[in-house]
Design a protein around this ligand. Structure first.
Ligand code: KG4
Length: 341
């Protein structure tokens, strides 16, 4: 096997076009073009996302290669997000990855976007501080489309032990933000406003379901009805209580997430605990992980902010571990909107 293994990662599952270069585990570049076009619509518009990927993919890949300081002929494999995600968006990254790999005469590696989020913990962007989780570990994977507890036994061996039965945690943040007239995506705005409010101001419904599964639709409805009733009494209720509403909502979401994670840690007798995905950028969730870590003697792994939202560095990382296993894909493999770990 050639050493180092230089991998190009391509991510295009939703509304971020990203390309990254890894040299073994060392990150040489990670370029992300985010799409602001969706803000006006309060959510991602699939057709617009695909078009923006088409425009962005070549400049983003060129930039990633340039920043990495390599020649494209140094690349040994191209890893791409195969799914889950928006099909039109995935098609752009998949088609580009295959064509580019064919032109270079190298292999293609299909990557599961969710596994990539988990494996972002193994990216060495600063080799001096490198201390990834040890197997087996539990990863709370929370994004706009997913809320799962993943049991990670090895780089390429993971199992979902709990997941949402309806909405994802990110969706709860975003949809509740929308009813408060906050911009899309609402998660970061709720996070910011929460810092100025009292998290014990209001109480919202928490689900009562068995096992390690999650549910967020009841919370969303209870939030919606609460605002509707309060606004009838006082039209400016949301404006006057924005920070307190955000803080109370954020606390409720974090309590729901942490309760099942603590339960899973006890059940599987695992104390290596990680978080990943877009919602893992949330400052309250990060704090809660540290607090629970101290309380339960966990080793806690919190990703750098750059690796929480969609990025190609994690795709290249997942591709690297499949490369080591000689796990390449056929050039005819189509993308999938929905696949499980
Ligand atoms: O992983 P991600 O970039 O995209 C996928 O869903 O794949 O996650 C996006 C989600 C959105 O719901 C966004 O509101 C949420 O992550 N998010 C946050 C924060 N930053 C991003 N939620 C709460 N607090 C944040 N700081």
């Amino acid at each position: 096997m050639k050493s180092p293994v230089i991998i190009l990662g391509i991510e295009s599952s939703c509304d971020d076009t990203s390309a990254a270069i890894l040299s073994d585990r060392l990150l040489l570049s990670n370029v992300i073009a985010s799409q602001s076009v969706h803000q006006a619509y309060g959510g991602v518009v699939p057709e617009l996302a695909s078009r923006a990927h088409q425009q962005n993919i070549i400049p983003v890949v060129n930039e990633a290669i340039k920043i990495a300081g390599i020649d494209k002929t140094d690349i040994l494999a191209v890893a791409f997000t195969r799914g889950p995600g928006l099909l039109g968006s995935l098609l752009v990254g998949t088609s580009f990855a295959k064509s580019f790999a064919l032109s270079l005469g190298v292999s293609v590696i299909d990557v599961n976007h969710l596994q990539a989020h988990v494996l972002s913990h193994f990216i060495a962007d600063n080799p001096v501080e490198y201390s990834p989780p040890r197997f087996p570990f539990l990863c709370l994977l929370v994004s706009g489309g997913n809320s799962q507890i993943v049991l990670v036994e090895d780089y390429n061996k993971m199992k979902i032990v709990g997941q949402t039965i309806d909405d994802a945690a990110g969706e709860a943040f975003d949809k509740c933000a929308k009813v408060m007239n906050l911009p899309y995506p609402g998660g970061p705005f709720i996070d910011k406003l929460s810092k100025e409010g009292d998290e014990n101001s209001f109480k919202f419904a928490k689900p009562n379901i068995s096992g390690f599964d999650y549910s967020f639709s009841g919370l969303k409805t209870s939030f919606l009805y609460f605002l509707r009733d309060e606004k009838k009494k006082k039209p400016d209720f949301v404006k006057e209580n924005q920070a307190a509403l955000c803080a109370s909502l954020q606390k409720t979401i974090i309590d729901i997430l942490m309760k099942k994670l603590i339960l899973a840690s006890k059940h599987f007798k695992i104390s290596e605990m990680a978080i990943a995905g877009g919602v893992s950028a949330n400052s309250g969730l990060r704090k809660a992980m540290v607090e629970q870590g101290e309380k339960n003697r966990w080793n806690v792994y919190i990703p750098k902010l750059a690796f929480t939202t969609d990025n190609a560095a994690m795709v290249a990382m997942a591709g690297y571990f499949k490369y080591l296993d000689n796990d390449f894909c056929d050039i005819s493999l189509p993308p999938f909107a929905r696949i499980v770990i």
